[in-house]
Design a protein around this ligand. Structure first.
Ligand code: SF4
Length: 226
């Protein structure tokens, strides 16, 4: 049987105490991949990994407070990033943003700076290269949808973004709305850790989870004409 398939697990025994191996589903990695789990466990012994892990887990706990007898979430993601950076001793942040979220990036940088951090930011179009320079055909430009395939259209440059931020030795790279694919390429080329503050989803106001419950987005959406 194919394993792991945790997303199909109903009981999620791994979240609780007191279970037996027989109770685990056949696709459970705790049933079939104990060797991998044991090897991964050992990695937490590295002091660097331990500090990272402990700060992450404490940040997770600090996301909640007991208010009037209820444990509720109190920190938005931007504040969590600030607090986590503080725990890690990171002072220099790099923001790689999409030009379409330029206003959001401006506010984000302002917030980080007001918290005393040293912030560098790079727009996705930095480099100012027409998409055809990277082998994109005119008909694959967004301008082509308006009947203007030959018009200049600046391409996104995730490698440039990554390398410019690396040239400043930032402690943490923060993605703000990079396109799917460009965000992956940015992550590959970034020096040091990367997190995402805003994940681009043009249709849902950057809230991809909305598509999972909306009938206007969901039904067989992969079956579309080119
Ligand atoms: S680890 Fe095992 S018990 Fe936990 S979610 Fe995956 S399949 Fe379920």
């Amino acid at each position: 049987m194919k394993t792991p398939q945790c997303a199909k697990c109903v009981d999620r025994k791994c979240t609780r105490e007191g279970w037996t191996r027989e109770q685990l589903p056949e696709f459970c990695p705790m049933k079939h991949k104990q060797d991998v789990i044991d090897t991964a466990w050992k990695k937490y012994k590295d002091p660097k990994e331990q500090k990272f892990y402990q700060n992450s887990t404490i940040t997770e706990q600090r996301a909640y407070m007991n208010i009037r007898g209820r444990v509720i979430a109190v920190r938005p993601r931007i504040l969590e990033i600030l607090k986590f950076a503080d725990m890690m001793g990171w002072k220099k942040l790099g923001v790689a943003f999409c030009t379409g979220l330029g206003e959001e990036a401006r506010r984000i940088v302002e917030i980080f700076e007001s918290a005393g951090l040293d912030v560098y930011s790079v727009c996705c179009k930095c480099g100012n290269v027409d998409k055809t320079e990277w082998g994109i055909a005119g008909e694959d430009k967004i301008h082509a949808l308006r009947g203007q395939p030959d018009k200049f259209e600046a391409g996104c440059n995730p490698i440039i973004q990554a390398e410019i931020l690396a040239s400043e030795d930032v402690d943490l790279n923060i993605i703000v709305g990079l396109c799917i694919g460009h965000d992956i390429q940015f992550t590959w080329h970034a020096k040091g850790p990367v997190t995402t503050l805003i994940i681009k989803d043009r249709v849902t106001g950057h809230n991809p989870a909305a598509s999972l419950t909306s009938n206007y987005h969901h039904p067989r959406m992969w079956k579309e004409e080119e």
